[in-house]
Ligand binder design. Structure first.
Ligand code: GDP
Ligand code: PGA
Ligand code: MN
Ligand code: MN
Length: 593
């Protein structure tokens, strides 16, 4: 192990901010690393991290002819997804975390975690990773520092955030004015699922994560900071931190509408954010640009509209299902300078996953010779990590410090039955009710059973850092005089027919639904039918011309089953009532909004 090249330790760099130096010293005294490295975010540093991991065998170079700068990391087979049962929100008052979170008293959580961290970095390097979530010069951006002993985490943070000297300067500048940065402490530990916890301390803007190297558990800027802690901060400060993509939709008239959409993990955010319209739509002038694919921070602007930034600088996307047919933008962006995690490889060492093409892989995600008897070749939650600007549809507005104004908010889940392709909420309050009632079938992005329908309000069940009752009330509070709020819609791309196949072609064809939304936003079509659940498009309002669908399938896709919806609404209301006295009046009551 001694021969492994490691980045030069640079304790001398330190920081001009005493609070940061003190914290690093305190963590080092607890965790006992062999060396401390302050990350500068440079290309040279990134190259040296990769080189170290290759030498160690934790990162495998892929075919450099076909995929220059691409590498494969194979996780421990027990560490391939988020672990919701081991994720805690540790507020002083139990009720502030809400029934939607696991809770532990902060003192107990610190004691438990500090015992795990005690001496855990012996023989390892401690990396200090300063990062900024959002454009570096944006007043809407927020900074943090992650301490980690995982070079894989550092390399991923470099792709996913604005990491290094610029972030450190901002942290120092803001620190001098008394502003607090988010403190995230992470160690991969021994990857023992029995010694794995992801703890959040929103009142102290702190995170402690031990025992996992998986993205959502270990890249602390992402879910832990930009969703769980940020949602808490957003409530104090009057904004929203959401599990949403942000796309720009250019219409034939030359307008660009920005749309934010919340779907649960592995339910289509990355794909929708990078949508390429079918040729007939491109010919008319429709185009989609990508601002973000997973997280959206929205602030009310002086003009009353909601202005959004994508706090991330990269994409941590689901590989399976990504192909030249489904998501050509994503496929193009991951041909170079990409870290793959838990994909399979072909005999010439190219990355491969189910749905990519007809080739047969040589080795599965665990490095075993591929044998279908062992299950899928790529792990169903195999991921790619890549810089956002590598995406052909990347929008330069992702760097706009003001953000982009949001015209429409979309909620959606994976529902094989009942839920129609699209409907519109009657108003903001009804939209909040629609979002709060969302359900979706579980996916491989979190450990546990797949395909089980669960309530996932606003796709935030795993990510809201406080009581859902307070969260819904916070959403409702945006409807005030002077506000010019986006319209709210609900979609479902995942309705299945009797044969078990998806009814709707999805992917690029989803533009047809977006087209209706912007027509509703700019008022060029009158509202469709008011139904039990909201406003539905009429058949003629949706352009379904060259979609080959039998009439009965179309009816199923676009229509409402009254009796089944009554059952669904009762179930949603019962689930909402679990949020008790903190649930805003009206949301849990059984009268339909
Ligand atoms: P995210 O995790 O929310 O970003 O979801 P992704 O966009 O990565 O998609 C997750 C999975 O759903 C992938 O396997 C996609 O191929 C699949 N998917 C995405 N959009 C659609 C769609 O419109 N229709 C269908 N049938 N599948 C989709
Ligand atoms: P996803 O991001 O939403 O793109 O799947 C990761 C996650 O939510 O775990
Ligand atoms: Mn996500
Ligand atoms: Mn995604």
């Amino acid at each position: 192990m001694n021969a492994v090249p490691r980045p030069q330790a640079s304790p001398a760099h330190g920081s001009r901010l005493a609070a940061l130096n003190d914290w690093v010293a305190e963590v080092a005294a607890l965790t006992r690393p062999d060396a401390i490295h302050w990350c500068d975010g440079s290309d040279a540093e990134y190259a040296s991290l990769l080189e170290g991991m290759v030498a160690e065998g934790t990162l495998l170079p892929l075919n450099q002819q076909t995929h220059p700068g691409c590498y494969l990391h194979r996780s421990d087979p027990d560490d391939v997804a988020r672990v919701e049962h081991l994720t805690f929100v540790c507020t002083r008052e139990r009720d502030d975390a809400g029934p939607n979170n696991h809770w532990m008293p902060p003192a107990d959580a610190h004691a438990k975690m500090d015992a795990l961290f005690d001496g855990c970095m012996r023989g390892r390097t401690l990396y200090v990773v300063p990062y900024c979530m959002g454009p570096i010069d944006s007043p809407l951006a927020r900074c943090g520092v992650e301490i980690t002993d995982s070079p894989y985490v550092v390399a991923n943070m470099r792709l996913m955030t604005r990491m290094g000297v610029d972030a450190l300067s901002r942290i120092e500048r803001e620190g001098a004015d008394g502003k607090v940065f988010v403190r995230g402490l992470h160690s991969t530990g021994e990857l023992d699922p029995e010694r794995r916890f992801i703890m959040h301390f929103p009142e102290d803007l702190a995170i402690k994560s031990f025992g996992s190297g998986y993205g959502g558990n270990a890249l602390l800027g992402k879910k832990c900071h930009a969703l769980r802690l940020a949602s808490w901060q957003a409530r104090q400060e009057g904004w929203l931190a959401e599990h949403m993509l942000i796309l720009g939709l250019e219409t034939p008239a030359g307008d660009t509408h920005y749309i934010a959409a919340a779907f649960p993990s592995a339910c289509g955010k990355t794909n929708l954010a990078m949508l390429i319209p079918p040729a007939s739509y491109r010919a008319k002038g429709w185009k989609v640009t990508t601002v973000g694919d997973d997280i959206c921070w929205m602030h009310p602007g002086e003009d009353g509209r909601l202005w959004a930034i994508n706090p991330e600088a990269g994409y941590f996307g689901v590989a399976p299902g990504t192909s030249a047919k489904t998501n050509p933008n994503a496929l193009a962006m991951i041909q170079r300078d990409t870290i793959y995690t838990n994909v399979a490889v072909t005999d010439d060492n190219q990355p491969w996953w189910e749905g990519l093409d007809d080739r047969v892989p040589a080795f599965d995600w665990q490095g075993r010779p591929f044998d279908p008897a062992n299950g899928p070749a790529a792990h169903p939650n195999a991921r790619f990590t890549v810089r956002a600007r590598q995406c052909p549809s990347w929008s330069p507005r992702a760097e706009d410090p003001q953000g982009v104004p949001i015209s429409a908010i979309v909620f959606g889940g994976r529902r094989s039955t009942l839920v129609p392709l699209v409907f519109e909420a009657r108003d903001w309050t009804h939209g909040v009710q629609v979002g709060a009632s969302m359900g979706s079938e579980t996916t491989a992005a979190a450990t546990g059973a797949v395909g089980v329908m669960r309530r996932d309000p606003m796709a935030m069940k795993p990510f809201c850092g406080y009581h859902f009752g307070d969260y819904f009330a916070h959403w409702l509070s945006f409807d005030k005089p002077g506000a010019k709020l986006p319209k709210i819609f609900h979609v479902n791309w995942f309705r299945k027919g009797e044969d078990g196949k998806f009814l709707w072609p999805g992917f690029g064809e989803n533009i047809r639904v977006l087209e209706w939304m912007v027509a509703r936003v700019d008022g060029s079509v009158v509202s469709g039918e008011d139904s039990d659940i909201g406003l539905l498009p009429t058949r003629t309002q949706l352009d379904l011309d060259d979609i080959a669908l039998a009439t009965e399938d179309l009816d199923r896709l676009l229509g409402i089953e009254h009796d089944a919806w009554a059952v669904e609404r009762d179930a949603a209301v019962a689930d909402l009532n679990a949020y008790g006295v903190r649930l805003p009046v009206g949301l849990g009551s059984s009268d339909p909004a």
